[in-house]
Every structure is written in C-alpha cells, then in structure tokens.
Design a protein. Structure first.
Length: 264
C-alpha cells in the first residue's frame, strides 16, 4: 500500500516536471539562429524588487544607465545608520566596541552599494564602445582589463529575461537585460524589479543601437543545454523506475526528446 502511494506521488511529480517543460518556449520564436545558440538562464544571480537604474540620453550619440533616486536612498540608508552608530560610540564607553563594529558594517554596506550601483554603464557611438565600470576604453591600453566592455559592432541583440528570486520566505521577480554578442556570449547590463521600466529602457536602447530586442520577460524559456540536462535526469528516472511512466507520461517525455533533437 505504502509503496503504491509513493509510486503515485513520484509519478505525479514526474508528470508535473514534464508539463512545466512542455510549456517552455523555444528560442526559435525570435526567428534568429543565434538565439538558439544563446543561453537563456539568468547570467547574474540575484536582483532587486525595485528599479535601480534608468536609461538616459546624455548626448545624441551616447546613452547611459544611471542610478535611480530609490537606489540612492536605499544605499544612503545603510550609510546613515552606520554614521549614527559610529556617533553613538561617543555617548557610551561600554557600547564603544559593539556600536563601532555595527557602524563599520553598515558604512561598508552603504559605501559598497553606492560604489557598485553608481558606476557608469555607457553606450557611446562616437567611441564605438559599451562599457560598465569606472574605467572607459580610453583609460586603458588593454581592453581585456575592463571586465564588461564590448565594441558596439560586436553586439548582435539585446536579451531580456525574468528570474524568480526567493528571499526570507518571500519571492519576487527581477528582470535582467543582457547584451548578446555575435559569438552568442552575453554581458549583463542591468537587473532590477520594474518590468515596465526595464522593457521601456530595453526598447529605447535597442532602437538607439539598431539591434533586435529578444523580450522574454513574460516567457519561460529554455535552451538546448538546460533541456538536455533535464532530459538526462528524466531518462535516469525512466531507467530506474519504469513503472512510474504511464502512457501519458511517456508521450510527454518523447515530445521533449523530439524538441531536443530539433534544437541539436
């Protein structure tokens, strides 16, 4: 009796996994062969549940993502708490060490948030480059020393994907905008929680660059690598527990196998 119940539960979990995969969308929907070679998993882990950056046109041939007032206030809040704790050490000798450590931690967090969030994210047609960081291509002799940098001519498309983030029992969606280069590699641009705003900024940037936008903010996407990994797991279940696969489940599994074969 117990064995049958366990088998039924396992079969249900297997069917749910197969059904979820069956509703994923193939990258071929964008009508570009490079989209099928591109990864569709989040490039940058984590994110935020509010808008951290906005796209602005600083010159006719230059656009930048800049920190929003909300992100600035968020970072300053940590910084000010740290300043307050540090000031509190002057009021009590007994609390000097704990308040001092507390203050230093919050000062470091606030300072780090400001430093990394405010760093330039630039698309400059005159220079012919995209870069992300405090150093521009003009400041270095070796472009490889800039971690996030690419010639605008190397950009093939813009990719917008969603990621579900779980944090302390709650969950929210964060939206990631990436550049897809001609070799199918990707560079992250921004990642924040405002779907409407990041879509607007992505569309404006795509128009500025004259490149297509692959908008998958509301799509569940998979690529060949992810599907192959899932199929390997499912095939192991099939080999070890063939009794779990009824006719409907086998049919779903074979459909996914055909999709993988098509994408290979």
């Amino acid at each position: 009796m117990l064995k049958n119940l366990m088998q039924q539960a396992a079969a249900k979990m297997l069917r749910n996994t197969l059904n979820q995969l069956a509703h994923h969308v193939e990258p071929s929907c964008f009508g570009d062969s490079l989209a099928e070679r591109t990864r569709w998993n989040p490039l940058k882990s984590g994110g935020s549940n509010f808008r951290t950056h906005k796209l602005v046109s600083t010159q006719r041939d230059r656009m930048e993502f800049r920190i929003t007032a909300g992100m600035l206030l968020f970072a300053l809040a940590f910084f000010l708490v740290g300043v307050g704790a540090a000031a509190g050490t002057l009021l009590s000798a007994d609390l000097y060490l704990p308040l001092g450590l507390f203050g230093l931690i919050f000062l470091a967090i606030g300072g780090g948030l400001l430093y990394f969030s405010a760093k330039p994210i630039v698309f400059d047609k005159r220079k012919g480059f995209f870069w992300k960081g405090w150093k521009s291509p003009d400041d270095v002799t070796d472009l490889h020393s800039i971690k996030c940098c690419a010639r605008l001519g190397e950009i093939h498309a813009l990719q917008l994907i969603a990621e579900q983030i779980k944090d302390d029992g709650s969950s929210y969606s964060s939206y990631e905008l990436n550049l897809v280069l001609k070799d199918a590699s990707r560079i992250n641009v921004v990642d924040h929680g405002s779907k409407e705003r990041i879509r607007e900024d992505a569309a404006a940037l795509a128009a500025f660059l004259g490149r297509p936008l692959w908008d998958a903010a509301e799509l569940k996407m998979f690529d060949a690598a992810m599907l192959a990994s899932k199929m390997e797991e499912l095939r192991k279940i099939e080999a070890g527990n063939p009794e779990l696969l009824d006719e409907k489940t086998r049919e779903l599994l074979e459909k996914l196998a055909l999709r993988l074969e098509k994408m290979a």
